[in-house]
Ligand binder design. Structure first.
Ligand SMILES: Nc1ncnc2c1ncn2[C@@H]1O[C@H](COP(=O)(O)OP(=O)(O)OP(=O)(O)O)[C@@H](O)[C@H]1O
Ligand SMILES: [Mg+2]
Length: 506
């Protein structure tokens, strides 16, 4: 049989949404024992083809052959997993009030008689064991999912998928929410998996793609460009295939001139994430904050914008001591915050692209200000153009855009606003390489026009590409604070400090 070489074949798959041809005749063939990369710009069709495989969308044309059988007609949301295909979707469906154990066994409880007679304690124990075994993480089984980091929630989903013992497993941008160390752990898991399974791996990080994948399929505008051996390509050639042009320098030249201090944080202590944090940010400066998952770095931004979880310390903003900060007050004071969990918090999925873009909180507060529809439409169009947001139009529902394009919509809402301090939590996670360069330019411009910027990121390239100064946190305290001067030395020191290694430069 000609197809026996492949565990999975998606042949000439076509899919159209109203106003968007998401896929035209795309063929992807996956061998058992390989990691098959899938790359393409935001909106290229990567998630759509995987959702067809998951039975979440139906395809207009094309066939899907799995393990020698044509399953095109069989696929629906319930069958894919049973057939032996598991997914780590780009959208994380997290039920926040569940415990770790409940989340892990949700849905599985019913199908596996194993759980039927198990008591709560047993479930918790089993959950802890599974997490340790399958993804190498130790988490209390009775902890609420809402108290976990996004990365930890992701690991639970991966564990769930593995418990299903699939033949093919699909990862749609798994590392967009993982820190470096967690990503490395995931890569080990994937190396182990591919020995007996087919793995499909979607990512915007090309380093990862080349390190992990055996072959890579490139999509552009819903069309397949090619499938290549990872060993035969470079990052540059892959990027050129993907965007159809060369991408020049990613990071803007640092020509910023820091001015007076705008934010000063003294002894800031969070109820559980970090303690005794001290730092300042000046106007015209970009401060980068990083750390591994669990280091507390990802809670610093939100704690400045909303200090409900702060138990002691002081925040001084524009020369004023702030005894209490809520998001509303922060916005009045012209602080802007872009959350990392943009689908959950920031993106308002049901709203149109235009509504989202123009819903800068400042306008919301200006109750008596009247904004003309025309002006709003023009502002929305400008942002769509500016960030290259792929949408059928400004009236499209935001929830229907591709993951990366939704991120751009929410980002643009803040970038169009006139804050004096911007706190950006993972500003480019899930955003393709071309659009990333555009966002960097915008961030640089904000700083050059006198705003202070805090970028919280786990992407080390981005950290030193963008920051004038960085803070590295380790287990809830500042491990290192330094100016970015010599890139090579900085890189080493940052990586070492993230793991708790290097000493503070004083
Ligand atoms: N449910 C839907 N309704 C309408 N259009 C949709 C829907 N889902 C996807 N699309 C459109 O199909 C195209 C492909 O989207 P898809 O989510 O597959 O992109 P992607 O390659 O995964 O991008 P990203 O890197 O941003 O995740 C986009 O133009 C998107 O707007
Ligand atoms: Mg996607």
């Amino acid at each position: 049989m000609a197809g026996a070489e492949y565990i999975l074949e998606m042949l000439d798959v076509t899919k159209e949404f109203p106003g968007v041809k998401a896929l035209s005749n795309v063929t992807i063939q996956v061998k058992a024992g390989e990691v098959h990369g899938l790359v393409g710009e935001n909106g290229a069709g990567k998630s759509t083809i995987m959702k067809i495989l998951a039975g979440l969308y139906s395809n207009d044309e094309g066939r899907i052959i799995f393990d020698g059988e044509d399953i095109t007609k069989k696929l629906n949301a319930r069958t894919a997993e049973h057939l032996g295909i598991s997914f780590i979707h780009q959208e994380r469906y997290v039920v926040r009030h569940l415990t770790v154990a409940e989340m892990l066994f949700l849905g599985i409880e019913k199908t596996k008689s194993l759980f039927r007679f198990m008591d709560r304690k047993g479930m918790i124990k089993l959950a802890e064991k599974m997490l340790k075994e399958k993804v190498g993480v130790e988490l209390p089984g009775d902890r609420l999912v809402s108290q976990l980091t996004v990365g930890e929630q992701q690991l639970i989903q991966i564990c769930r998928a593995l418990m299903n013992d699939p033949k093919v497993i699909v990862f749609d941008e798994p590392t967009a929410v993982l820190a470096k160390k967690e990503s490395e752990r995931l890569f080990k898991i994937i190396h182990q998996l591919k020995k007996e399974k087919g793995v499909i791996y979607i990512s915007h990080y090309f380093g990862e793609i080349l390190e992990l994948c055996d072959r890579v399929t490139v999509l552009r505008n819903g069309e397949k460009i090619d499938t290549v051996n990872a060993a035969d390509v470079t990052i540059d050639s892959l990027v050129t295939m993907m965007v159809g042009r060369n991408i020049l320098e990613q990071y803007p030249q640092k020509q910023r001139k820091p001015g007076e201090t705008i934010l000063s944080v003294k002894g800031l202590t969070h109820k559980k994430e970090f303690r005794d944090l001290n730092f300042q940010v000046r106007r015209g400066e970009i401060l980068g904050i990083t750390g591994l998952m669990g280091s507390g770095h990802d809670k610093v931004g939100i704690s400045i914008y909303d200090n409900a979880d702060i138990i002691s310390g002081e925040i001084e903003f524009k020369g004023k001591k702030m005894s209490y900060i809520s998001p509303q007050k922060a916005v009045q004071e012209k602080m802007g915050y872009v959350p990392d969990d943009r689908r959950g918090l920031g993106a308002i999925q049901k709203m149109s692209v235009q509504e989202n873009i123009t819903l800068a909180c400042l306008k919301k507060l200006a109750r008596y200000g009247i904004i003309s529809y025309k002006a709003e439409a023009a502002a929305a169009d400008a942002q769509i153009e500016h960030l290259g947001i792929r949408t059928p139009g400004r009236d499209a529902q935001t929830g229907n855009l591709s993951g990366g394009n939704q991120q751009k919509v929410v980002l643009s809402r803040w970038l169009s606003d006139e804050s004096e301090l911007y706190i950006l939590n993972q500003p480019t996670s899930g955003i393709d390489i071309g659009a990333r360069a555009d966002i960097y330019k915008i961030i640089d411009k904000m700083a050059r026009s006198g705003a202070a910027v805090i970028i919280i990121t786990q992407d080390i390239q981005e950290l030193y590409g963008m920051s004038d100064r960085v803070i590295v946190m380790y287990r809830g305290v500042t491990k290192l604070e330094m100016e970015i001067r010599d890139q090579d030395i900085t890189n080493q020191i940052i990586v070492a400090s993230m793991g708790g290694g290097a000493e503070d430069e004083t």
